[in-house]
Design a protein around this ligand. Sequence first.
Ligand code: HEC
Length: 105
Amino acid sequence: MRQKSILPAVRVRAILGAALLSGGALFSGVTTAGDLGRGQALHDTFCVACHAPALYQREDRLANTYLEIRQQVERWQANARLRWSPQDIESVAEFLANRHYKIPY
Ligand code: HEC
């Protein structure tokens, strides 16, 4: 018997996300290990269903260092069964650190 596929809704969003990403990097020329433009596209496509970015600014937030942000990204992409590569995890973590947490990375 064939293995059951992942949730249809996730598949549709993955396809939409891929289409969005093929539009090209928003921030070409960024030389960090991650890619802020790709991080933003991935985040805004897959990670805003449950929480608005205000979550990253709450007083008792869970993450306060780059490493902690990356651990949260790793955790949540796994929860959502996105199977992101280490590079994509890095890109989203750098995007969050830069744009939302506003901490160095
Ligand atoms: C199923 C709903 C859901 C989805 C989808 C989700 N999150 Fe979350 N996320 C949460 C909840 C709920 C919390 C708060 C957890 C807590 O307080 O223990 C959270 C917390 C976080 C935090 C920590 C915020 C802090 O306090 O510093 C980060 C970072 C984060 N999520 C990133 C992501 C990323 C990146 C994605 C996309 C891969 C994602 N989340 C997708 C529900 C979700």
